[in-house]
Ligand binder design. Sequence first.
Ligand code: SF4
Length: 358
Amino acid sequence: MSDKYFNPIDNPFNNSLITWYSSAKRDLPWRNTKDPYKIWLSEIILQQTRIEQGMPYYNRFVEHYPTVHDLANANQQEVLKLWEGLGYYSRARNLHATAQYVSQELDGQFPNSYAGLVKLKGIGPYTAAAIASFSFDEPVPVIDGNVFRFVSRYFGIKEDIADAKNRKHFEKVLNEVISKENPSDFNQGIMEFGATVCTPANPSCNECVFQSTCYAFAKNEQSNLPVKSKKVKVKDQSIYYTVYEHAGNTIMKQRTESIWNGLFEFHSVVNDKPIDHETLLPQVPLSNTGEIKEIVGPVKHLLSHRRLWVHFIHIELEKPEDLKQLSKELGLTIYSWEEVLTLPRPKVIVNHLQRAVF
Ligand code: SF4
């Protein structure tokens, strides 16, 4: 790296970035506010989600809960229902818990510094930096995947970004170049640049305002940077849901385990490996007396550490007592299909029920 990037009087990186951002920035609702509540909402929703996909969720949350007090006073099931389809449901639970903390303990006022924000539940270094700089103009750099990539290529940083301790190298560089006058536009600009110009595959180097001083471009190393070694170990799991039905009713239960905690699902048999029907059906209560209408699957569903292979066994029960007895034995609750639509459910179940005809 050369000192030319860090000249404090003429900071070419900072100047080019803010000039670029002022002409390229997209008009998004959370960019027209300094309200830390709305900025926080947008950042939590947009983690791991594309802007186009996250926008309707953001609009729905702001409409239902215009202030942090409104979100705090909602019940958790309602919040999970609004979050349905976004995945990473622990974020929705943390969102709700933090809203209650800010509403009740802090009188609705978010801490106005990075140090205060990062102590809140579900707010990590990235989100704290985003809120501190966008809302309170604190010059603290945001570092997300887009920023890692762009900064690694431009400055030629070859430390492994999968290793958390290397974050400090990126922070050091960004702390030197971040605009002290306009950290909000600097941070929004750097994320936007990584997302739209310095993209993972085929970065737009020919239209890039940083081309003449970019390390990766000069060395033709765009595809080697950033260095990211660690691969997440993904575990396969097969889930067999039984969708019992009688006269427009079914049975479901609310999960209390880590993944999908708080969401509703059908009775299930879970195994690390696929199970053939001869072995599976004896484990499914009433599969011999009810009528098996269809068996659907496997439907592949990816989570961050798991690859799920989901099956649905539809069983129509003859007698209402059967549904009542099953609900008692299995600890599930009887719901009509109309009620099921109001429950927060994992996306794989939502998708399946949209396709299924009852
Ligand atoms: S020249 Fe290419 S690799 Fe370098 S910052 Fe621009 S888009 Fe990224």
